[in-house]
Design a protein around this ligand. Structure first.
Ligand code: FE2
Length: 484
């Protein structure tokens, strides 16, 4: 299959299947890895990253978001590292594996070609679970950006255990970006359908039961990508990047339209609140892929996130542009650190850009999720050829400063979780970790940085036996939480 995909990639000139993005085909386990420097002995847990890695030659044009999910993990214990990678065996993946070929066309394909296949959330696309990973109630969960099933994964072996529906109490699908409050062990999630006018919101308790679920009406179908939580509230988003259903019907493709004439709307709902308790706040039109953190401060809810003011290509693409040119134009992500303040007393929204550097894929110390935090670890965006991350930017939003760790020439990193030290004394008392791939050598490694000095040389560089293709979201699964 490798050669078929590579021939396809070369012929299409699709950068998201070539070089550092090219899929790999071996699922391996490797221990006793070579380390430059020293792995801190107080790190105990697993760094897991999700991302697209098509198993079969694509049917029709390939979009980066289409690829089957492959997880890459580095398990760290007592100064030793073990690397593993596995595809996620979603139901749709298994169907294709049994057929021995791709059965679905992707986002750039003709949806009509998929009409005979099972639909997922109002679209005939394959649910790959390729987008994000989260950890809750001892379970590693992988999900899909269009709202799909949550797949439970063994955090050590990376084996797909199956769809997690919480003993039948989860009646909807769920967006990949679930939010865990580590103080209460509750998990908040949302769901939508491309053809229905609501945002669904729910809470899973710390023992694996959906305890709350409500549907919030919206003016039309909406496609938010992320949400936020505070100690007492959840924040859902009705943003004016909308799938144009008429254009979809006419042209047979999933085409998002940026409606600059509409505001961005934020629904603030008590954690266990119903639709009639929602407070709506309006702000400038934009699209938000990822929130960093939200918290309560006096009468206000503060939300830090990365904002795109131009989420679709700024200029009309010339007529006759190829599918690959369209793909590149849409993925030329321009996002900036941004803060909203929603005043629950006055109903007023204040917003401000906090930095002019293009960054996205932010993470922070997950123990502070929903509580006031100060630091974020974002990826700096480099988009000259294809979207990639060329540095980690650590933001200090209290001092309004940033520190940068550059991955190096030809090197691209991955979303970088924060690893707290066992007896951390402060929010940034710990480490930051990233899979790094060198496009010139086609080799990968993991870097571990001192979070308080991220611009310094890595504490450890762990050399991996195979290349890790560039991908999407990651998480840190702490050993203490895994076995508690
Ligand atoms: Fe995402």
């Amino acid at each position: 299959m490798k050669n078929a995909i590579m021939n396809y990639a070369l012929e299409a000139g699709n950068p998201y299947l070539l070089g550092a993005y090219a899929p790999i085909f071996e699922e391996i386990v490797a221990s006793d890895l070579e380390v430059i420097g020293e792995i801190p002995k107080d790190i105990n847990g697993v760094y897991v990253r999700n991302g697209p890695n098509p198993k079969f030659e694509p049917k029709g044009h390939y979009h980066w978001f289409d690829g089957d999910a492959m997880l890459h993990a580095l398990q760290l214990e007592n100064g030793k590292a073990t690397y593993r990678n596995r595809w996620i065996r979603t139901n749709n993946f298994v169907e294709e594996e049994q057929a021995g070929e791709s059965l679905w066309q992707g986002l750039l394909g003709k949806l009509a070609a998929n009409m005979g296949r099972p639909w997922n959330r109002g679209v005939p696309l394959k649910d790959t679970a390729n987008t994000a990973v989260g950890f809750h109630d001892g379970k590693l969960l992988a999900g899909w950006y269009m709202c799909g099933d949550l797949y439970e994964i063994d955090p050590i072996t990376l084996e797909t255990k199956g769809i997690q529906n919480y003993n039948g109490t989860l009646s909807s699908k769920a967006m990949a970006h679930v939010k865990v409050d580590e103080h209460t062990n509750e998990m908040m999630f949302f769901d939508y359908e491309l053809t229905a006018s609501y945002l669904a919101y729910g809470v899973v308790n710390g023992t694996g039961t959906v305890k709350h679920f409500t549907k919030i009406p919206t003016p039309g179908p909406r496609i938010p990508h992320d949400m936020g939580i505070t100690q007492n509230y959840s924040i859902l988003m009705d943003l004016p990047l909308i799938y144009d259903l008429n254009a979809m019907a006419k042209r047979g493709r999933a085409i998002p339209t940026f409606r600059k004439d509409l505001p961005s709307r934020f629904a603030i709902i008590p954690r266990f609140g119903n639709a009639d308790e929602v407070r709506w706040f309006e702000a400038e039109p934009c699209y938000i892929y990822h929130t960093i953190n939200c918290w309560e401060e006096g009468d206000e809810i503060v939300m830090d996130c990365c904002v795109n003011l131009e989420p679709t290509p700024q200029e009309e693409l010339p007529k006759g542009s190829s599918a690959v040119e369209k793909l590149n134009a849409y993925l030329r992500l321009k996002a900036y650190l941004h803060r909203y303040r929603f005043n629950l007393k006055t109903g007023e929204t204040k917003e401000s850009r906090l930095d002019d550097l293009g960054t996205e894929f932010p993470l922070m110390n997950s123990r502070y999720l929903g509580r006031k935090s100060r630091y974020a670890y974002n990826q700096r965006l480099e988009t000259s050829e294809a979207l990639r991350f060329d540095a980690i930017v650590k933001y200090d939003t209290e001092k309004n400063t940033s520190t940068v760790y550059e991955y190096g020439k030809n090197k691209s990193g991955s979303e970088s979780p924060f690893i707290p030290k066992p007896n951390a004394q402060s929010e940034d008392d710990g480490y930051v970790i990233s899979f790094v791939t060198d496009a010139s050598t086609e080799k990968s490694e993991v870097v571990i940085l001192d979070a308080q000095n991220i611009d310094q040389e890595p504490l450890a560089r762990i050399l991996l036996p195979q290349r890790v293709p560039l991908g999407f979201h990651a998480c840190w699964v702490d050993g203490d939480r895994m076995f508690s």
